[in-house]
Design a protein around this ligand. Structure first.
Ligand code: HEM
Length: 477
């Protein structure tokens, strides 16, 4: 007699209904907060939901993420099948969306060649130039500093990727890229769009009522195609004329040999903008929000900058001597994560973990917010407090670096994190050296403070910051 293997239970979670499972309970507004409360309610840092037939596991601790996504990465590194984004919107040039396999591996390897921690220093000169350009632009028109920060983040990425120096206004590449990127705002978390949950929907003809999103998806596909090809072809043309300046695209094009398929090379350059632009801008928005709300932190960072570098603007050589600024950046990453649910992985084999069954095809979401707000790792987690990372004036190695959760896990961990840390350092230290951030004042002279509100999205951003942010340039000389 063949005995069947003992059945393992699925992880705990809300009770499911027939057919739709937990679809009706899937949280849409700030899902990371709902999941955090469920971890407590079910007394478990691993939860299970069935979203209309799709298995979803939500992890709420770093240990669980490391155990599964790092240690079992051979089976936990796939991505959700996202037909709307990948097949219809043609986001597949961004390897974030590619399924685990040869094509993803080729893209990842090619990208790593240019973003490895040992090579990113090559971009420091371009990053410093962009930060200084930003400071000059703010000085010339301080009304909306966020625009200048966005410009700097975009300028540096286009310069590093293609050697293209974008125009100050109405740059054609940026118009294409921003329109395409904004389509990502359509969904809150991967798997929540109708066509992602029900792949059959992608076959609905776009003229049917209710299928407006499909028409929209076609227009995004066109923009995505233009974005992946236009700056790449422009670099090729310049190279042919001997006019190309140093860039990742230039090196990639030069290394292509007759008959090579250009796709991986072209997508490597395009992924710099696609992966890095919004995340960087949103992180810098969190920084500015924190400065408006916490003048005492701002003052402390400025005192450190003044003591270490005096009158000039900061450079990368100063970084080691600026522990408070480094701690401040860690706290920005932790306090309001711009990727509060990371980016879901998919399991490619049935698995058993901690006595629970995790079926093949499960989407594994990482509730990064819970990890970065864990009071054991970070006491009084809601408080913005860079000092939590310091001991005797130096970075305390015993406090968990928030980057250990904020940038994801395993083989899919963010490959742009070293570049991002460099750019954010030079922008933040330049801004703090040159400007004071503060809120506007009401008629009685009282500060009008912004709310801490992170809008849901694949990349979450601080809402309503613009009208609460004032800069004064009295520090600039
Ligand atoms: C504060 C800045 C950033 C944050 C918080 C961030 C966060 C993330 C996260 C959470 C993931 C998914 C990891 C996972 O699946 O476990 C990811 C993937 C990725 N990031 Fe970043 N990122 C940032 C900056 C950047 C930059 C500057 C670049 C490019 C220069 C970049 C390029 C990518 C790419 C290409 C992937 C896809 C990796 C893959 O699927 O194999 N990111 N990032």
């Amino acid at each position: 007699i063949k005995l069947s293997a003992p059945r393992h239970a699925l992880p705990p979670g809300p009770r499911a209904l027939p057919l739709i499972g937990n679809l009706h309970q899937w949280p849409t507004a700030k899902p990371w907060l709902t999941f955090d409360s469920w971890f407590k309610e079910y007394n478990s840092d691993i939860l299970y939901m069935n979203v209309a037939g799709q298995h979803v596991v939500i992890l709420g601790s770093r240990k669980k993420c490391v155990d599964l996504l790092d240690k079992r990465s051979a089976t936990y590194s796939d991505r959700a099948r996202l037909p709307l984004w990948v097949d219809l919107m043609k986001w597949d040039y961004n390897f974030l969306f590619l399924p685990y396999g040869t094509k993803w591996r080729e893209h990842r390897k090619s990208f790593n060649d240019y973003f490895h921690p040992n090579v990113v220093h090559k971009y420091n000169a371009k990053q410093t130039r962009a930060a200084r350009m930003m400071a000059r632009r703010i000085l010339a028109s301080p009304e909306n500093p966020l625009d200048h920060v966005r410009f700097a983040a975009t300028f540096v990425v286009m310069d590093v990727a293609y050697g293209i120096q974008i125009a100050e206004n109405n740059d054609p590449y940026i118009e294409i890229a921003e329109s395409a990127i904004s389509s990502l705002g359509l969904a809150s978390v991967p798997g929540t769009l109708p066509a992602d949950l029900f792949p059959i929907l992608k076959y609905i003809p776009s003229w049917l009522p209710g299928a407006g999103y499909k028409r929209y998806a076609h227009s995004v596909a066109h923009l995505n195609h233009l974005f992946a090809t236009k700056p790449w072809n422009a670099t090729k043309d310049k190279l042919a004329k001997g006019e190309a300046s140093e860039s990742i695209a230039e090196t990639l094009i030069e290394s292509l040999t007759e008959g090579d398929d250009e796709e991986v090379a072209r997508n490597t350059a395009a992924a710099c903008y696609a992966g890095g632009n919004d995340t960087t801008i949103c992180t810098l928005r969190v920084f500015m929000l924190a400065m408006v709300l916490h003048p005492e932190v701002q003052r402390k960072a400025q005192e450190e900058l003044d003591a270490v570098i005096g009158d000039r603007l900061p450079t990368f050589e100063d970084r080691e001597q600026l522990p408070y600024v480094r701690a401040l950046m860690k706290e920005v990453t932790r306090w309001q994560s711009v990727t509060p649910m990371g980016f879901a992985h998919r399991v490619t084999e049935d698995d058993v973990y901690d006595g629970y069954f995790i079926p093949k095809g499960t989407l594994v979401a990482t509730n990064v917010w819970s990890m970065l707000n864990d009071p054991e790792a970070y006491p009084d987690p809601a408080k913005f407090n860079p000092d939590r990372f310091l001991k005797d004036g130096e970075i305390d190695p015993n406090v968990l670096d928030p980057g250990q959760a904020a940038f994801g896990f395993g083989r899919r961990i963010c490959p742009g994190r070293f570049f991002s840390a460099d750019f954010n350092f030079i922008v933040v230290s330049t801004l703090l050296s040159a400007f004071n951030f503060g809120p506007p004042l009401d008629a009685q002279g009282k500060p009008i403070l912004p709310e801490v509100d992170m809008a849901p999205g694949i990349v979450s951003y601080v809402s309503y910051l613009d009208q609460y942010l004032l800069l004064d340039a009295t520090r600039y000389s």
